[in-house]
Design a protein around this ligand. Sequence first.
Ligand SMILES: [Zn+2]
Length: 677
Amino acid sequence: MHIMKATAMILFFALLAGCGMGKKGEAPLYTENRAPLRANPFIELPLGAIRPEGWLREMLLRQKTGATGHLDELYPAVMGPRNGWLGGDGDQWERGPYWIDGLLPLAWILEDDTLKAKVQPWIEWALQSRQPDGYFGPSTDYPPEKGLQRNNSRDWWPKMVMLKILKQYYQATADTRVIDHLTAYFRYQLENLPKTPLGHWTFWGEFRAADNLMVVYWLYNVTGEPFLLELATLLQQQAFDFTSAFLAGDHLSTPGSLHCVNLAQGFKLPLLVYQQYPDEKYPQATRKGFSDLRQHFGQPYGLYGGDEALHSADPNQGSELCSAVEMMFSLETMLAITGDIHYADHLEKIAFNALPAQVSDDFLQRQYFQQANQVMITRQMRNFDVNHDGTDVCFGLLTGYPCCTSNMHQGWPKFTQNLFYATPDRGVAALVYAPAMVRLKVAGGKEILIREETNYPFEEKITFHLEWHGDSGSLRFPFRLRIPEWCAHPNLLVNGEETEVAPVDGLVTLNRHWHDGDRIELTLPMDITLSTWHENSRAVERGPLVYALKVEAGKRMVTNTKDPETYGTEYEEYLPLSPWNYGLTESEVANPAGKMQVTAKIQDNYPWTTNNAPVEIRARGIRIPSWQLYNGSAGPLPWSNMYKMELGDLPEEEEITLIPYGCTTLRITEFPVIRGR
Ligand SMILES: [Zn+2]
């Protein structure tokens, strides 16, 4: 073959591959990465394709009746008609878009017209605010007013949140105005970023550029316009270099080096860039970043001591609610790009532990910071990097700082949206587990329904029912399932028949002819394990759940007459009514499976509260008299295993009850270990 012709042929096939054309020349079922972007192993489904069931549906319904569905009424000063993103002279910055970034997926996942009607004015104003040069959003600064952010209206950062919103709106509605609007704005960015770079107004834009970049790539996959890749490269050049920071910097071993939420958002940047520049340094940087973060700042619930700057691994350190929901979103993004199931394990750790613990049962109150060892929730100054007049751990709508009030809504809806993915080989993948159902196209384009029946993470068994209508023949497509790293002996039945589980990189692929009515039963046995944390302490884990000491908590409503305009008119405090200063015995730490007892009692559709805890672990604890309250928190964690502690004046051991971390309000999660007992 002539060399020119060969080159042309290679180019042709490369283009074909880039367009996602299958071997048989079939058009892709869902929008995939377009060449030269690297092909991703998992592809997100349209918004609304995945519906929650069971406890997850109850969670989303509580968001609807709670703050997500009513923030305009609960927080009118910011979310009412004066908001700059509705054309008003009020708040011009991130909070309005934050709320809609969670309200929009909730509205479309629940198919709720009332919620959709609350979203629509924000979409319409964002679209019609477009100026001839492509700029959109608020553009007028106003003088300071208490409780509002009225300056930096032209800052790049808050628009990044609106970009995520518009992408989701298009995925839900296919409204083509979004495509024109984003194309015009990205041309504006390419023109103007050299003159007014990401950090021109505030430093947030440099640290959070990943959110901007991911929408640029998404639009490129839709339209294929080459200038978008030019803009992507420019954004990378102006963004904070998380790749170098993780690989060569000392940020993740240095207290105070990074803002906790910037870090959570920035974690996805290296792997987003990896799609355009497939250099192995990007996945390496991410893995090293997580490893260093765990070592120096790690907390058992999947996050890190950052209150607000990175602080320490001490279980009294705070973790901001925004860190939880933003890290979840980053992990969801990273999972689809790499297929690395560690990110799915990590995502479940945060979703099933950190997130439910930090928000009240009615989804009306939340903590700005949570603590792993949280034994008293009162308004007082604690040893945090940032103290908001002592309100950071109190449950309220506005205690701490209102970014979390506005941003917490995206957690569960986006988690729901990432339970299933399409795959480039026209199959389906279930990588994160919860009760749900999904409608998607597989094989030659046939739409099927998969119902995922389970009480996971509170039970070990997950059943998938495959259903479709019309032609009764079989469909051949691959069904991929994640085997979590914590699960040593998974069991798999297809239509009742035992099937070999031979995971490759944590994934089982069932590639076969499927029939309407087929059933897959996956059982993931959960053993009790102990992980090691600050001062050599231990946390009790079982499957994706962390178990913490159940501490009886006395609630006290506080009417705030001191500074209601800043922290709200009321908030909740909790005082411990039962002892918390327990250590675990050395003998049970050596043999947790033999010494600790698990009891399960699923009794309500809302599991995330102390009285409904579906699983309990009975263990043996010994109170440590010298470990007492200090300044509203547990005093310094005693070292494990302290020499001759057993010879001190220790009381007898007693039975203690551990419940899922996500069900607790007050708790001990990191336990000292008592030598010789
Ligand atoms: Zn926040």
